[in-house]
Design a protein around this ligand. Structure first.
Ligand code: 5GP
Ligand code: MG
Ligand code: MG
Length: 183
């Protein structure tokens, strides 16, 4: 399906494009029911959540708003440290608004747990989380995810927005990156 040189970098496709779209449609129906008659602000975390945001937002029938934040976790390599810095802040005022954070993946949970606290402190009416993927075996802190796509094994994955060294974000599926690529 992918060009041969990309195929060689992947061990296994974990979640296919079709499975992702079916799941996002299912989550969108729940979100519509839960926020019926309310305004909703989707907050996407750059850059990994771009694909989830684009597909989830287009699944949602009612009026929504979108805003973006970029955060960086201090710490080397593939491990997040829990010390988070805002690289690009929201343009929106959150006072009195229902906010849904849209994320690609929850690994240790440190980034989202920090972000949740940060957005809650801005006077939002509610702050909830929608994440496409979660690695339960990697959790260092519990994060209360209201809308979850898939639990996956504790392996490094790429595709559908997720990168390794800024590569593979454009793959349509989520796949395990072959160890020879990063070792
Ligand atoms: P956490 O703070 O939950 O450990 O990780 C947060 C961020 O690390 C995620 O939003 C994502 O950008 C990155 N990350 C965690 N696991 C993976 C993975 O398996 N693949 C990729 N490409 N990024 C990951
Ligand atoms: Mg992310
Ligand atoms: Mg990354």
């Amino acid at each position: 399906m992918y060009a041969n040189e990309i195929e060689a970098d992947l061990t296994e496709v974990l979640v296919t494009e079709a499975e992702i779209h079916a799941k996002l449609a299912e989550l969108a129906r729940r979100i519509e029911a839960d926020y019926e008659g309310e305004d909703l602000l989707l907050v996407g975390v750059l850059k990994g959540a771009v694909m989830v945001m684009a597909d989830l937002a287009r699944e949602l029938r009612p009026h929504i708003n979108m805003d973006w934040m970029a955060v960086s976790s201090y710490g080397a390599g593939t491990q997040s440290s829990g010390v988070v810095r805002i690289v690009k802040d929201l343009d929106s005022d959150l006072t009195g608004r229902h906010v849904l954070i849209v994320e690609d993946i929850i690994d240790s949970g440190l980034t989202l747990s920090w972000l949740l606290g940060n957005l809650e402190s801005r006077g939002a009416k509610s702050v909830e989380i929608c994440a496409l993927l979660r690695k339960p075996d990697a959790a260092k802190v519990e994060v209360d995810v209201k809308y979850l796509g898939f639990d996956i094994p504790n392996q490094f994955v790429v595709g559908y927005g997720l990168d390794f060294a800024e590569n593979y974000r454009n793959l349509r599926d989520v796949a395990i990156l072959a160890p020879h690529v990063y070792s």
